[in-house]
Write a protein that binds this ligand. Structure first.
Ligand code: SDX
Length: 428
């Protein structure tokens, strides 16, 4: 294969080098494009055909439904690793040794106290505030309590920032949930594992011990792993572009949380359950909702279906679907909306509209069913997505800064008014 692309514009030929990745993906390197073509730019709303960076963190193949973190298949990691191991792998590039993992967890525990003044901020929110808005604000506020910016050229400084946010973020997640429930904002127990501690911080009532359930611990650990990274999705691209201005790590993560909140992105896990509940209330009439999803005059979409990259089954959805069956069975829960979800899936997978557009269930289609079985309130579902995605955002932010990538600043094609003279108000 040639190592360059040739483009002809107005009879003039231009050559641009090809970049080939380790999985043989090919990109046209257009770093010199505008200068070489005397001002011509490319145009690609939503960046459907545009690579923003070269990255060594996550590989996915949408056509084949492949997802790997640092070369390890998501199926293996979900089955054999725990969330902290995967967080270490994503951020530092290798699976940790036993000693490295113990030190990582110990250092995270050492950072799991949040300044008590943060409670004054959270107290200012009404109980009706959506947890994603609260979490984004609290994450940004962490900058005020940890003002020193990260020196990315210092491995120690970078490491300390990583364990600082991995220690404090779960506390913010728990406080965000407990605030809405009118429960005291306290801390977990450093004698517990990472996921156990998250569960205890979220669910422990002040007047009773919290009894851990190994089924729930395993299910949450798996869900966090499955959500941990997903290359250049909307929220990760947001974290990278905000960080490219050399804004701090916490500010960049706060922006990523806001991007994830949208119902087309991480907010879909909440929207899926709301949709399934509506279908159940409507007598389980899935055909009506399938028709709405295909009706171009109807803004309704089948939430949890379709994906910008996966044109095959989202490998995470396969794992989560099986986990949903197992968790509900193990907990002895019969959730009618699981059956509605399966019915919708079966219908969509044999419907020409969905088949032609290669619309399959994505990570959000079944995850909410498990969160619900765990007793997590629906408005907290996307917060749980953020908790899982945190190490991926950190890894991508770190890579972007270590690669000294330029500030992100896309171009545009202007289609507005051409030059015109000012008119005084009496002449308008
Ligand atoms: C996540 O990018 C990532 O990696 C994200 C994520 C991650 O881990 O970070 O995987 C997490 O965000 C998963 C996606 C969660 N969102 C949803 O479930 C919301 C419902 N899905 C859609 O809104 C949509 O599928 C998107 C947003 C996910 C993808 O949209 P695209 O790539 O911009 O595709 P599109 O909107 O151009 O759709 C192509 C066609 C259109 O029809 P035509 O114009 O060709 O006739 O498919 C249709 C769309 O109308 N379509 C749907 C549909 N999704 C796409 N029709 C009905 N229901 C849907 N869900």
């Amino acid at each position: 294969m040639s190592n360059k692309a040739t483009l002809e514009i107005n009879g003039e030929k231009h050559e641009f080098p090809l970049v080939v990745g380790t999985e043989n993906e090919v990109g046209i390197d257009i770093k010199t494009f505008r200068a070489a073509t005397n001002g011509v730019v490319t145009l690609d709303p939503g960046f459907k055909n545009t690579g923003s960076c070269e990255s060594g963190i996550t590989f996915l193949n949408g056509e084949q439904g492949i997802l790997r973190y640092r070369g390890y298949a998501i199926e293996e990691l979900a089955d054999k690793a725990d969330f902290l191991e995967v967080a270490f792998l994503l951020i530092f590039g290798e699976l940790p040794t036993k000693d490295q993992l113990e030190k990582f967890h110990s250092d995270i525990k050492g950072q799991s106290i949040v300044d008590d003044d943060v409670k004054k901020i959270i107290d200012a929110f009404p109980k009706t505030a959506h947890p994603m808005g609260v979490l984004s604000s609290l994450t940004s506020a962490l900058t005020a309590f940890n003002p020193s910016s990260v020196n990315v050229d210092s491995e120690e400084d970078m490491y300390n920032s990583v364990v600082r946010i991995l220690g404090k973020f779960p506390v913010l997640v728990a406080w965000t949930m407990r605030k809405k429930q009118g429960l005291p904002l306290d801390y977990g127990d450093n004698s517990l594992g990472y996921v156990e501690n998250v569960l205890q911080m979220m669910f422990k009532k002040p007047n009773q011990d919290y009894v851990q359930n190994p089924i729930i611990i395993d299910a949450l650990d798996k869900l966090l792993i499955l959500h941990a990274d997903h290359e250049q999705n909307c929220s990760t691209s947001t974290v990278r572009i905000v960080g490219s201005s050399h804004a701090g790590l916490f500010a960049s993560l706060s922006a990523g949380i806001s991007a994830l909140w949208g119902p087309l992105h991480g907010g879909a896990n909440q929207a899926v359950i709301e949709m399934l509940e509506a279908i159940k209330e409507d007598g389980g009439d899935t055909h009506k909702y399938m028709a709405k999803a295909k009706d171009k005059t109807d803004p309704f979409r089948l939430m949890g279906f379709g994906h910008r990259v996966y044109k095959n089954f989202d490998p995470r959805a396969r794992i989560i679907k099986k986990s949903a069956d197992d968790v509900l069975a193990d907990l002895g829960i019969e959730d009618p909306i699981l059956e509605i979800a399966k019915g919708l899936e079966a219908e969509a997978l044999s419907d020409d509209y969905f088949v032609k557009r290669k619309l399959y269930p994505n990570v959000d289609f079944y995850s909410g069913i498990i969160y619900r079985a765990m007793g997590i309130p629906i408005e907290m579902f996307t917060v749980m997505f953020a908790l899982g995605r945190l190490p991926g955002w950190i890894a991508q932010w770190r890579e972007m800064r270590l690669n000294k990538e330029p500030i992100g600043r896309p171009r545009q094609i202007y289609t507005g008014e051409t030059l015109r003279d000012f008119k005084s108000i009496n002449n308008r």
